[in-house]
Design a protein. Structure first.
Length: 412
């Protein structure tokens, strides 16, 4: 019990430290009273400020006297679903259904028994009561108390374990603290501490001297979804609801008149802007076309300069041969001098070909590769850096001529 009291004290202290956080950001402080008033809130229709929650946790069951067994043997698990309606930032009601199981020790035997508890609670939001209503508050401390119908021992397994066929049901009282942590405008994370007090007969496990009352205590973690209108609108201090409605109606009429005038000015402005946009668009198109023409001209000039600086050559071989003639060597020597005078970052491709209309396919592939390598090695021998040259043999689908004359090497 000391641990439970410590946890309760901790969260009440946390609530007191956060109750007044964010006062400087509350824009309604200058127009309304700092603390909630039941007459100060003008918006809370029936479908506003509803919540549905789902939680899971653990709990224990004790008698009012002569409890048997260790504390750790009494714990069971439970879950709960609740639906709540906030009537006011401070006051709300909820209906819930809790179910699970508890353990009771009798003569060193741990007996598990199920329970269901349907209840209705009144809720009191201590954070809004003490610190004033603030929709942007992160932590809320909510006290609750209520009563409902408690039933147990309704399964065959528990009846066999407890040794009784009774399924007792009676009224029970509940009270506790909900710690709500707001993570978004529509979602809260909950840590709930709860106690339930009923008659001892609600526990089907009977033994002498167990006392008159049965107590349950549990702690659960859950999530809440808030739907409908999720906040409260406050009226100004000293004005009735009718006064506020009249002022709101007058403000709407003034806003409508201002909107009509604004629309007229916006129409004239839009027409002027449209004309300016059309002229600007035409200028952009002309500028784009000029830029494209200049780019194309630059590309042509660059390509022409590159073609002039990077010569091309073609070497013809005899049928089935891959040997350079004296004339071929002279032509390649002249080509090497031209390459040395050209750009040194340009890479020349040497492609060898063969006549695939005659001879075996694999032999022609090898012959085309060999012809390209012969030219490559001669140019390297003439002082051309190897990283400026690359060579390859072409296949049957890459013939330079449609008829004869494919016994060649092309350098470009």
């Amino acid at each position: 019990m000391k641990k439970i009291y410590f946890i309760l004290s901790f969260f009440l202290l946390l609530s007191s430290l956060t109750l007044r956080a964010g006062d400087s950001k509350d824009s309604l402080k200058t127009d309304t009273a700092p603390y909630p008033s039941f007459k100060g809130f003008v918006s809370n229709k029936f479908w506003d400020n509803w919540e549905i929650s789902l939680g899971f946790g653990t709990g224990f069951s004790v008698y009012s006297s002569n409890n048997q067994g260790a504390w750790g043997d009494r714990f069971g698990i439970n879950g709960e679903i609740t639906v709540a309606k906030w009537l006011h930032p401070v006051v709300g009601v909820r209906a819930g259904l809790q179910g699970g199981n508890f353990n009771t020790v009798r003569s060193d035997e741990k007996i598990k028994w199920p329970f269901l508890y349907g209840h209705v609670d009144a809720m009191l939001n201590m954070s809004n009561w003490i610190g004033g209503y603030k929709e942007n508050r992160v932590y809320y401390a909510v006290l609750f108390a209520g009563m409902g119908l408690y039933g147990s021992n309704f399964t065959d397994a528990s009846k066999t374990a407890s040794g009784t066929m009774d399924a007792p049901a009676n009224f029970a009282f509940t009270a506790g603290l909900i710690n709500k942590f707001r993570v978004s405008p529509s979602v809260d994370i909950n840590l709930e501490l709860r106690g339930i007090l009923g008659m001892a007969s609600l526990n089907p496990v009977q033994y002498s001297g167990r006392g008159r009352f049965l107590g349950n205590g549990d702690i659960s973690v859950g999530v809440t979804y808030r739907f409908g209108k999720r906040d409260f609108q406050r009226g100004a201090a000293g004005y009735t609801l009718e006064d506020i409605k009249t002022m709101m109606r007058e403000a709407e009429e003034a806003a409508l008149a201002a909107k009509e005038k604004e629309n007229s000015l916006e129409s004239r402005l839009a027409e002027t802007q449209e004309n300016a946009a059309t002229a600007s668009q035409r200028a952009d198109i002309a500028e784009k076309e000029l830029a494209e023409a200049n780019e194309e001209l630059d590309n042509l000039r660059n390509q022409k300069a590159l073609d002039e600086a990077t010569p091309e050559e073609m070497v013809f071989f005899d049928f089935g041969m891959a040997v350079l003639t004296r004339e071929d060597q002279i032509r390649l020597t002249v080509l090497s001098d031209q390459i040395k005078k050209g750009p040194q970052d340009y890479v020349y491709t040497i492609t060898g070909y063969a006549d695939f209309k005659t001879g075996a396919h694999d032999r022609n592939i090898a012959l085309a590769q060999k012809r390209a390598r012969v030219v490559y090695e001669y140019l390297v021998h003439m002082g051309i850096p190897a990283d400026m040259l690359t060579y390859k043999g072409a296949g049957a689908d890459q013939q330079p001529f449609n008829s004869e004359g494919n016994q060649t090497v092309i350098i470009k």
